[in-house]
Design a binder for this molecule. Structure first.
Ligand code: SF4
Length: 497
């Protein structure tokens, strides 16, 4: 019988085939796109060790350093004898093993019991956390741990960091002891079935479906969908259809946008179907021009890049609150030359106030400020106004001038190559194919910009690499606002400024 880790049992819960592939063909995994989540998870875990070790007498079991046998043995000894916190405690039973994030001692009437905590970087308790904790609880109890209680500690996004490395209050504990214990029978059966799947000679015959993205994006999707029949316009090419509706249509035998009857579709998805059949764009040129006509004078095109940290590092900031560190601004005066301004702070200090000041200095005082998806930029400016009251009036004046290009695009244009998305990256190649994000070096989308920013600030990043990242970030953000200029020209019916 194999020793299945808790993560393997949770993989089995998502899909038996995923478990089998993880065990037998791990080289097929594609984990690209998960780096940010891993990084945040590690940061939250490290801070948890600080939070739960008030007296600094805890011990971290480092499996990578000491190996599994020593980890099990040291855990057993510590839990039996030492009334101090233990982190990454290694627990095993016949057929399953787990690392417990935090074990806190509870001494009463001379006996030593343990409170087990699973640390999660999310801001709420999810259903799969309950299963995760149930597996952990089952393994701990059957490994002989005298468990008093078990809880999940998740990030409290109302926490405000006060600086000086003080993170007490970052994590919020939710006691789930009863629920975890009540699932013991389920866990036993999961382990049993997972062992049966692990022993199969070949991968289980399971087709892709809703389980491939729920509760996690499966890293084997590329492998599992490789041999499935493809269509040019799968149901994912509808706009905001929702997984449940998509599943419903798939259950009715529909796989292609073009085959779904109109009566089952919203007006926007009927249009997507029509243009997918026609194979060309729909453009209400008169409507687009009319919606932009009132916005005259010098046109400003603005885009922000922000960083959202699970563990805030700047005083006065909260977990996952986006902090702006970069903007690009193209300026188009009527009949004049287009100019460009930009801001990027890679100093490592809180970039927010310098960003606000530079933005106010750069945006002038009149003329429409075009953005793409105004909810985001307006939110950032409102939050800056709340944090820095001395700049509030100036920031509100910019918000007052904001004009959103997204509804103009959504209401007046669709090309089948957008596949149901009106993101600027989906739209741009259909209108202005010579401006390509794919031609950019390094940073080609928002998450890559966040990763690049974090890398630039890391102490081990060389000056040369930092300079390279700076150029990549500047080029990426500049392309975003240049793309907006092109869209604006197209929607106005002018190709020149
Ligand atoms: S991609 Fe879907 S079907 Fe394939 S292993 Fe993952 S969850 Fe299972």
């Amino acid at each position: 019988m194999r020793q299945l880790s808790k993560s393997k049992i949770i993989a089995f819960r998502q899909c038996p085939k995923r478990l089998w592939l993880e065990l037998h063909m791990p080289e097929l995994r594609d984990d690209s796109g998960s780096e940010m989540a891993f990084r945040i998870g590690n940061q939250v875990g490290a801070v948890a060790r600080q939070i739960f070790d008030h007296e600094e007498n805890g011990r971290l079991i480092d499996v990578d350093e000491i190996g599994w046998d020593a980890a099990f043995s040291e855990t057993t000894t510590w839990l039996a004898t030492t009334a101090a916190p233990l982190f990454e405690a290694a627990l095993r039973i016949n057929g399953a093993l787990a690392l417990a994030d935090v074990m806190l001692p509870e001494t009463a009437h001379g006996s030593l019991r343990w409170h087990m905590i699973e640390v999660k970087s999310s801001t709420t308790v999810k259903d799969y956390h309950r299963e995760d904790l149930a597996v952990q609880t089952y393994i701990a109890q059957h490994a002989g741990v005298d468990l008093a209680s078990a809880s999940v500690a998740h990030v409290d996004n109302s926490f405000v960091y006060q600086g000086d490395g003080r993170y007490t209050g970052l994590l919020k504990q939710v006691d789930l002891t009863e629920g975890a214990r009540a699932m013991a029978g389920d866990v036993e059966s999961w382990i049993d079935h997972a062992q049966q799947v692990a022993a199969l000679p070949g991968e289980p015959d399971i087709e892709t479906g809703p389980q491939c993205s729920k509760p996690f994006d499966c890293p084997f999707l590329h492998h599992c969908s490789a041999n499935q029949p493809r269509t040019a316009f799968p149901l994912t090419s509808f706009h905001r259809l929702g997984a449940a509706k998509r599943e419903e249509l798939a259950d009715q035998g529909y796989t292609d946008v073009r085959d779904v009857p109109d009566e089952k579709l919203s007006a926007v998805n009927q249009r997507i179907k029509r243009q997918s059949i026609a194979g060309d764009a729909w453009f209400d040129a008169a409507g687009a021009a009319a919606s932009l006509a009132p916005h005259t004078g010098t046109a400003w095109f603005l885009d922000f890049e922000t960083i959202s940290l699970g563990v805030p590092v700047w005083k006065g900031t909260s977990p996952y609150r986006p902090i702006p560190f970069q903007f690009s601004l193209h300026i188009v005066p009527p009949g004049g030359e287009m100019t460009h301004r930009e801001f990027l702070d890679l100093s490592g200090d809180d970039p927010a106030e310098a960003f606000a000041r530079s933005l106010i200095d750069s945006c002038g005082t009149e003329g429409p400020v075009f953005v793409y998806n105004a909810a985001f930029e307006n939110r950032i400016m409102r939050e800056l106004a709340a944090r820095f009251p001395t700049h509030a009036d100036d920031l509100r004046a910019i918000i007052h001038r904001v004009v959103d290009l997204l509804p103009v695009a959504r209401n007046h244009y669709y090309h089948p190559a957008q596949h149901g998305s009106w993101s600027i990256k989906a739209l741009l190649p259909t209108i202005c194919p010579d401006l390509a994000y794919g031609a950019l070096q390094g940073v080609q989308h928002g998450e890559a910009a966040q990763q690049a920013f974090i890398e630039a600030l890391a102490p081990q990043t060389t000056a040369g690499r930092k300079a390279e990242i700076k150029q990549q970030l500047l080029a990426y953000c500049k392309l975003d606002t240049l793309a907006m200029v092109k869209l604006w020209q197209f929607f106005r019916g002018t190709t020149t400024v």
